[in-house]
Design a protein around this ligand. Structure first.
Ligand SMILES: Cc1cc2nc3c(=O)[nH]c(=O)nc-3n(C[C@H](O)[C@H](O)[C@H](O)COP(=O)(O)OP(=O)(O)OC[C@H]3O[C@@H](n4cnc5c(N)ncnc54)[C@H](O)[C@@H]3O)c2cc1C
Length: 427
């Protein structure tokens, strides 16, 4: 994408093509203009169009250019925050509502994929959150107990069962979550875009919104060569926000995350390593993740940016760490490498903002945006269609709060990840 093999990597090499789109030119009228072409924007647009609303979606670059086309593809349930802590942070009403919504969110993704026959390597085989050491296991024991009490199909696996499922004895145990699974993320967002277009949404790419003006009860958003007037504006630009809603970006600290995709593993290796094809990640502070794609390539990732000195450091680390985890892999080649920026909020929870009257959006998914982006987009559509009042939403309205020392913290993440990967072959 954009001639950069390190932006979308394997996903761009293997996704079905994006639907044909044009750049916006001239004035247009709509009921709702959606700004941002990722999971949130396309889910909102699709669900609005299905309700008979006239929608125009404007994407600054290409469909899935942001986090939606670059991520690991773990379709997770819930957030990082412990289930029992959410009511304490958000209050009982919002805490319970958010837990219900996000706990069931992977199911919404799987149903949407089926309904629109989206070809995106969907695999609802569950995920394995793998424990590093005693402290990792204690964290997972607490998660297992708290989700089980809420009726979620999660199981704490011991070290022996984890070793059988993952193919390494590096972990003290794991949490199997059967609500979750894996997806080819760029294929998914392109599929959502096709479904939205089929439902009547007009999609324009290479059309960054540069300004938004209110006239009477309507908004006019402007691009270099065109404009859209609408009653509502959905701001779905999240961690990749470029003006005019810079406050959405200022609230998020960018955490870089990279992935390497191996060549397809042999059938014998695929029987040994993750034979159940769950998505997996670990409890380390600088975490690692791994999963298969459809052809049996292992996608292996961790914190860091593949630019400058980071490229060589993280690649060398990935080779060492993979070999340490799965020695039988040997000297395997990488077919693709890419990275993106995760948008982290101060408390690791997402936000709902009303940036101005009738200008609304969700953001700040903290590296868990496939299922949340999909359900939050649907919630936005239902709210605009009058099915949910503002009081019915899963999060309270908050004003964006700029994070202090953001550039310094972003630099710290990038350099810190290099240092960590330089000095250790983790796990
Ligand atoms: C490397 C990485 C790994 C991740 N792994 C996972 C994972 O395994 N599981 C998971 O659930 N989540 C994961 N995430 C998080 C997830 O990808 C994001 O939370 C999700 O994609 C956010 O979707 P979105 O639609 O809200 O925003 P995005 O997908 O970021 O879309 C925002 C779009 O807005 C566009 N835009 C910005 N400004 C303008 C403007 N002015 N005018 C028009 N368009 C504009 C951008 O070009 C972009 O395409 C990961 C993220 C990254 C980066």
């Amino acid at each position: 994408m954009q001639n950069d093999p390190r932006s979308h990597g394997l996903w761009e090499l293997t996704a079905p093509p994006a639907p044909q789109t044009q750049t916006l030119s001239g004035p247009m009228e709509a009921d709702v203009v959606v700004v941002g072409g990722g999971f949130t924007g396309f889910s909102a647009a699709l669900h609005l169009a299905e309700r008979g609303t006239k929608v125009v979606l404007l994407e600054g670059r290409e469909i899935g250019f942001g986090g939606s086309g670059r991520n690991v593809g773990l379709v997770n349930a819930g957030m990082w925050t412990m289930p029992d802590e959410l009511p304490g942070v958000l209050g009982q009403l919002y805490g319970d509502r958010l837990l219900d919504l996000l706990g069931n969110a992977p199911k919404v993704v799987f149903e949407l994929v089926q309904k629109h026959a989206i070809d995106c390597e969907i695999n609802p085989a569950g995920t394995l959150h793998c424990a590093i050491g005693r402290s990792g296991l204690e964290e997972l024991e607490a998660r297992a107990e708290q989700w089980s009490r809420r009726g979620a199909p999660v199981t704490l696996l011991d070290a022996a069962e984890t070793a059988r499922r993952v193919g390494t004895d590096a972990y003290a145990g794991s949490l199997l979550d059967m609500r979750a699974g894996t997806i080819q993320p760029l294929a998914y967002v392109r599929g959502l875009a096709k479904a939205a277009i089929a439902a009547g949404v007009q999609v324009f790419t290479a059309s960054p919104v540069t300004a938004a003006e209110r006239s009477g009860s309507r908004w006019t958003v402007k691009t270099e060569r065109g404009s859209v007037s609408a009653d509502w504006v959905v701001v779905a630009t999240n961690a990749y926000t470029v003006a005019p809603w810079a406050e959405v970006r200022a609230e998020l600290v960018h955490l870089p995350y990279f992935n390497f995709a191996t060549t397809p593993l042999s059938p014998a290796l695929q029987k040994k390593i993750l034979p159940g094809r769950e998505g997996a990640w670990d409890t380390a502070e600088i975490l690692s993740s791994f999963r298969y794609d459809r052809l049996g390539r292992l996608v292996f990732g961790s914190v860091g940016a593949l630019r400058g000195t980071g490229t060589a450091i993280h690649k060398a680390w990935a080779r060492r760490a993979l070999k340490k985890l799965f020695p039988e892999i040997g000297e395997i080649a990488f077919e693709a490498e890419w990275y993106g920026n995760i948008g982290m909020t101060a408390d690791n929870l997402p936000r709902f903002h009303r940036l101005a009257p009738n200008v609304i959006g969700f953001s700040g998914y903290n590296g868990r945006g496939i299922a949340p982006g999909t359900v939050f987009g649907k919630v936005l559509a239902r709210h605009i269609a009058g099915e949910l009042t503002e009081g019915d939403l899963p999060l309270p309205v908050t004003d964006p709060m700029a994070q202090s020392f953001r550039p310094i913290r972003e630099g710290y993440y990038e350099v810190g990840a290099q240092l960590a990967h330089l000095v250790q072959a983790r796990i």
